[in-house]
Design a binder for this molecule. Sequence first.
Ligand code: RB5
Length: 168
Amino acid sequence: MVAAGAAATLLKKEDAMKIGFGSDHAGIELKLQLMEHLREKGYECVDYGNYDPNDRGDDYPKPGRAVAEAIMRGEADKGVLVCGTGLGISLAANKVPGIRAAVCSEPYTASMAVRHNNCQIISVGARVVGRELAKVIVDAFFGAEFEGGRHQDRVDMISQVEKDYRGQ
Ligand code: RB5
């Protein structure tokens, strides 16, 4: 795994950060565009579904969960999720313990989601933002680095909430 800041330069294949992608039918087109965009920057991009834009039964919780679990297994370093609003798919991902997924519609929040919240997943709404803005948003996310320190303490507090509710 490489530092997120390395995104600006073309990465060697063996060093490339592995990004898991997921979408429902509403997000497939934008997901594929973002995969191409990030591949061109040297990231390894893996699609965890769904794959058919005509499949209305491809409910967003499934790909949200699949990408989140891939990250927790260590199979992917980070994730990009796309549904109509970015919301439903992020909610599913956030139910996987240890995952922090942020819905972002502009680059400032996308950057802060990493710098302060150490999010592993960015979620975008294909019915909310256009393709070019979505590219700027994911670039901000992958160009940012976690600042640690007091922000780590706060992220630890989020993890503690999960621990307090485990088994209930
Ligand atoms: C699908 O119509 C839509 O509900 C979904 O893509 C997403 O926006 C849900 O949060």
